[in-house]
Design a protein around this ligand. Structure first.
Ligand code: HEC
Length: 255
């Protein structure tokens, strides 16, 4: 049986595509960008049609089934089916391309934006450059009282913070997976170990809404804790963050 030319051309193109895919995906393990495959296939399709339409008869034979489909009165049913299916397939193709993906667009976001020099916290204008944790001096001055304060901070943390930042302070709380940006991992050397206590006080008190523009576009889910905690509780929870992780807050004095 002779294979019709149109089918031959389609088979050649499909065969080349399968071979390319094998080379790209299996042999080269996706090393080559997919756009290159599209480009190769464009040349293959163009080449195949050039070969198949090299002679007048060849060209006529190639388009004969298409002509028949459109013109032959006996092919009316199949023509109607094709004329419905093709636009539907094209429509679906366009629709699926236009569907928004679930992946976040790549946008740079500053994790530690520069803090303002002063901020309104608990209804007062606070100078963040000179602000210090009022309890820090007890660390060496009165270790017993300091330990109590840390424990009180731990209670604040477990009640309020672990849902997002995790009970091990590693950013793996039960809510964490659903959030973008992710709650920060305080164990990581890149978070509180780099920061001053005044910075934490500002961030915890004013939360996501207190962030300056360069920390957008993603709206941080970090709550505005000055609405729910006292000033005292925030300073204590900061003691706990450093105590649990073993990090030292950054300070102006040389160590
Ligand atoms: C609803 C989830 C959620 C809860 C609850 C939550 N946080 Fe956050 N927190 C975040 C997210 C998300 C970020 C990261 C985005 C950002 O910086 O705002 C963050 C960031 C922070 C930062 C900034 C750290 C840095 O390196 O810049 C601190 C400090 C912090 N949280 C402390 C706390 C404390 C203390 C509590 C409890 C009183 C708490 N968070 C409760 C979601 C949460």
């Amino acid at each position: 049986m002779r294979i019709p030319k149109l089918l031959q051309a389609t088979l050649v193109i499909a065969g080349v595509y399968v071979v390319f895919r094998l080379i790209f995906d299996v042999l080269l393990d996706h090393l080559i960008p997919a756009s290159l495959l599209t480009m190769y296939m464009f040349f293959v399709v163009a080449g195949v049609f050039m070969v198949f339409t090299f002679t007048e008869e060849g060209a006529a034979e190639l388009v004969a089934p298409i002509k028949a489909l459109v013109e032959d009165p006996s092919k009316r049913l199949i023509r109607n089916i094709v004329f419905v299916l093709v636009p539907m397939a094209a429509g679906y193709g366009a629709y699926s391309q236009a569907l928004p993906g679930l992946e976040a667009p790549v946008e740079l976001r500053s994790i530690h934006p520069a803090p303002p020099s002063t901020a309104m916290i608990f209804g007062k204008r606070v100078d963040l450059l000179s602000l210090e944790n009022p309890y820090r001096k007890l660390e060496s001055g009165d270790p017993d009282q300091f330990a109590e304060l840390v424990a009180a901070g731990g209670a604040v943390y477990i009640k309020n913070c672990q849902y997002c930042h995790g009970d091990k302070l590693d950013g793996q709380g039960p809510y964490a997976q659903g959030l973008n940006p992710l709650p920060l991992n305080f164990q990581d050397i890149g978070t509180i170990a780099q920061l001053q206590e005044s910075y934490l006080f500002w961030r915890i008190s004013t939360g996501g809404p207190g962030l300056p523009d360069e920390a957008t576009p993603w709206n941080s889910s970090m709550p505005v804790w000055q609405n729910f905690l006292t000033e005292d509780e925030i300073w204590k929870v900061i003691l706990y963050l450093y105590d649990y992780t073993g990090h030292r807050p950054r300070s102006w004095e040389a160590h």
